[in-house]
Design a protein around this ligand. Structure first.
Ligand code: NAP
Length: 519
């Protein structure tokens, strides 16, 4: 069995010890082992800071963008092999796997384009210059320069390619070297992507490193110029933020954590209308895509009381058609959860919901999955739990269940009631609103806005709309409160996290000369 090595200090280094075994979550067949034990992480970080950082900072944005373009090319050329690995190690259907791999490629290309647009500059001029006193000579100008440390990226298991690429794209374009740590259970895809990039030999030495295994001591080694971007559970995020070195050195930390994303149906929407069908389609996709293991997946459906029973029946019918099984089979529409631990956690979550509401479809019990030996794999069927209008439904708003599980909450149709129910999620990545009544949409959207990083306003006339679950590189990804309080992507906004904003204050001609600006 292959033992995955880490790529640090410009070479592959194998950890000692047996490490953790990566499996195919559909069949439980072991695929590889990974360990970071014995890998000198302090030296790896220092190499990235000392070698990768200066090499990247010497390049302009367009040159860094060109590197991202080449990264995208390498992944595109090897797309089929990466898809196969995602199917085997991630429990992804082919369509789920494309969502991850193609998302990675598209995000790299988007940031390559941003780099080309930013041109030869090596840092960003932030806003207009300011006259600070009576004399126009006394001048101020903000600029954003790359930080001199290393960007450590700790990723979640659900998007091994996209998570790796979207974080790396922003950091590399900003001029910071990256050390990426994929989640262990699904690390094969990120590991292969790294191997392909190393083989292609175009990245400056030290610009990109990868540590596989469970290097729990890694975040504790970061200093004042380093940054840590974490995606995963709220508990781990809170632990990382509270590390003594993080507090003492004010290490910049971005956390993308849990989210109880809501989808709100307006009181004007009639059954079988285009808006209703769009809502159903988006909800069904979000419950089943990647077996619901998507940080942006819809978890709570807020549906007017009058239409809730119809919607429940229509959705249950759609969920009943989903074929669950080995994602390597073409006819299968939903694969397993990523690991035995995830399955146990999701089952517990379903039991908590069912104790307060009513199971309208599926349940926590074992499911017979197509194309796998009986009892094998981490499968669960899609689950829908319904709650009456006015029900407390504490369990719904208390904890994200990271699987194919959604709660249907009936409400009166009143905009303020919808907002206050959704706000019980205590901060989310994205919620979606479906209505043709623009006044209702305005009230709901502005009411939800303080609690979210993104709001998706569904409309059946938008062709090929990806639904709320797709994160686009042009728009910010992150959210307040439970969602971690972080922000990634959003075009050029993403560079801010990897940059130091500094105010230059002094003589205008001097500042303009330094910045290469015309007076
Ligand atoms: P997790 O246990 O927090 O793990 C996430 C990552 O952190 C993994 O790479 C893990 O490594 C690493 N890790 C765990 N404990 C660590 C520690 N003490 N020090 C350093 N690294 C540590 O989360 P998970 O259960 O795998 O992921 C699922 C959660 O992620 C869900 O709750 C979901 O909501 C959230 N998520 C959020 C987003 C978003 O964009 N907001 C996206 C995807 C997922 P190992 O794998 O080696 O343990």
């Amino acid at each position: 069995m292959e033992t995955l090595a880490s790529y640090v200090r410009g070479r592959w280094e194998r950890g000692s010890g047996a490490g953790q075994t990566l499996v195919n979550p559909a069949t439980e067949e072991p695929l590889a082992q990974a360990s970071s034990e014995g890998v000198d992480l302090a030296a790896a970080l220092e190499h990235a800071r000392a070698v990768g950082g200066p090499a990247l900072r010497a390049l302009g944005f367009a040159e860094r963008g060109a590197l991202l373009g080449k990264m995208a090319e390498v992944l595109q050329k090897n797309r089929d092999a990466l898809l196969e690995l995602a199917i085997a190690n991630g429990g992804n259907t082919r369509s789920d796997a494309k969502f991850d791999i193609d998302g990675a490629i598209a995000t790299l290309l988007a940031y390559a384009e941003t780099g080309a647009q930013l041109g030869e500059a090596r840092f960003l001029v932030d806003g207009e210059g300011l006259q600070l006193g009576r004399s126009p000579r006394f001048h101020g100008q903000h600029v954003c320069v790359p930080r001199c440390g290393v960007a450590v990226h700790v990723n979640a298991f659900n998007f091994p390619a996209w998570g790796f690429a979207e974080k790396a794209a922003a950091a590399l374009l900003a001029g910071m070297p990256v050390l990426s740590k994929p989640a262990t259970s699904s690390a094969l895809v990120a590991h292969r992507a790294m191997a392909l990039l190393v083989e292609a030999k175009f990245l400056p030495e030290g610009a990109l490193s990868l540590v596989v295994g469970t290097p729990r001591e890694l975040p504790g080694l970061l200093g004042a110029q380093d940054v840590l971007a974490f995606t995963g559970s709220g508990e781990t995020g809170a632990r990382l933020r509270a590390l003594p070195n993080v507090i003492e050195h004010a290490v910049r930390v971005n956390v993308e954590a849990d989210s109880l994303n809501a989808a709100l149906l307006g009181p004007d929407v009639e059954a079988a209308s285009d808006m209703y069908e769009l809502f159903l389609k988006d909800v069904q996709r979000d419950i089943t895509q990647k077996a619901g293991q998507k940080c942006t997946a819809i978890r709570r459906l807020l549906v007017p009381q009058a239409i809730a029973p119809t919607l429940r029946d229509d959705l249950a019918e759609l969920l009943g058609r989903v074929r669950v099984g080995n994602p390597a089979l073409e006819e299968v529409r939903m694969g397993p959860l990523a690991s035995a631990a995830q399955l146990a956690e999701v089952r517990e979550g379903v039991a908590r919901l069912a104790a307060e509401g009513r199971l309208a479809f599926g349940g926590a019990q074992a499911v017979s999955a197509e194309g796998v030996a009986a009892g094998k794999g981490y499968f669960i069927a899609p689950v829908l739990v319904e709650f009456d209008a006015g029900a407390l439904a504490d369990a719904v708003h208390a904890r994200e269940i990271f699987g194919p599980v959604a709660s249907l909450l009936a409400y009166s149709g009143d905009a303020q009631e919808a907002v206050s129910i959704a706000a019980r999620g205590a901060g989310g990545l994205v919620s979606s609103v479906y209505s043709d009544d623009v006044d209702w949409v305005r009230e709901v959207a502005l009411g939800l806005a303080p609690y979210h990083g993104r709001l998706y306003l569904g409309h059946p006339k938008i062709d090929l709309a990806p639904g709320p679950g797709t994160v686009l590189p042009q728009l910010v990804h992150g959210g307040p409160g439970r969602a971690g309080g972080g922000e990634e992507l959003g075009g050029v906004r993403a560079l801010a996290f990897y940059s130091q904003r500094v105010a230059l204050e002094g003589s205008r001609p001097v500042i303009q000369k330094i910045l290469g600006m015309r007076g």
